[in-house]
Design a binder for this molecule. Sequence first.
Ligand code: OTD
Ligand code: ZN
Ligand code: ZN
Length: 349
Amino acid sequence: MAEFITKITMIKPDDWHVHLREDKILKKVVNYTGTFYKRAIIMPNLNNPITNCSQAISYRNQILRAMNSNCIFQPLMTCYLNRFTIPEELEIGFFKKIFIAAKLYPNCSTTNSKTNIKKIDHIAHILERMEKIGMPLLIHGEEINKNIDIYDKEAMFIENTLKPLRKNFSKLKIVLEHITTKESVEYIKSKNAKYLCATITPHHLMLNRNHMFSGGIQPYLYCLPILKRDIHRKALRKVIASGDKHFFLGSDSAPHLHKNKINIFGYSGIFNASSSLLCYVTIFEKMGALKHLQSFCSENGPKFYNIPVNKETITLVKKPYKIPKQINVGKDVIIPFLSGKILNWSLET
Ligand code: OTD
Ligand code: ZN
Ligand code: ZN
């Protein structure tokens, strides 16, 4: 159902899940996020992951130095959990507002995730402390057993890991990150949004697994969790179009250099920071659900994290926006999601 709206002024959104990397990649990508979003949760899976407060402070400073000086962007840092995480470090970091949350990567579930956490029991003492202090746990929710079909890993994670985890830690605040399946939608929406929410990426709302193989293999659509069947994409769209408060924006923008994407072992990850917000607007418009855009982008996240919504606003206008074809990084390039394509929405300048 088309909506004839040509201008939207809304509370400035936040991106509750983004990878900014370091050094020359960071410098090239960070201002895209800073332009569209006031705050973002920064993923800790660097080559040398962020596992303690001093690393987080220094990474945060590195991000702020890479920003344009007129930007009011606030990076919100996360701690990468592993078998050796010290609960006291998390507690100090959380109370001093160095960390907003801690991130659980089941061992080798995605890029830079050798956490050695092969079973949730390995970190029970850490989760107990997080539950006690009200520190949110962000989860890459896929089972890691190699015998499980890649398309089933997320649904199996709910059954085998998330349900028992929530039984043992019923007051632990959890975000199931970048959900991709109808099973996740059904599970999340039936629970108390104070304790369990989920983020959804633009690419999982726009594409299904056929797109990855359309006209030849498309390495730039390879991400984890992998794109799924269309019934799952439809379930994700339907739930955000209903205005359900359990779901909020998390772009999962994950840049990689072209040479690492186009390789015998191509890296997983989609860089979408140059268009993520404009994609979300396009999706909500297409569904006739623009009235729920602001809660998804700017309100449901702060409510879960117990922080104020932003005071600033942003204005989007119905005007063609051409997504950059490529972003030069030294002698290499990053190719953005929907590279060179035109969207119907732009930021008002
Ligand atoms: N998925 N790639 C990356 C992260 C995400 O699971 C994720 O959050 C990455 O490159 O850091 C990806 O495919
Ligand atoms: Zn992940
Ligand atoms: Zn991610």
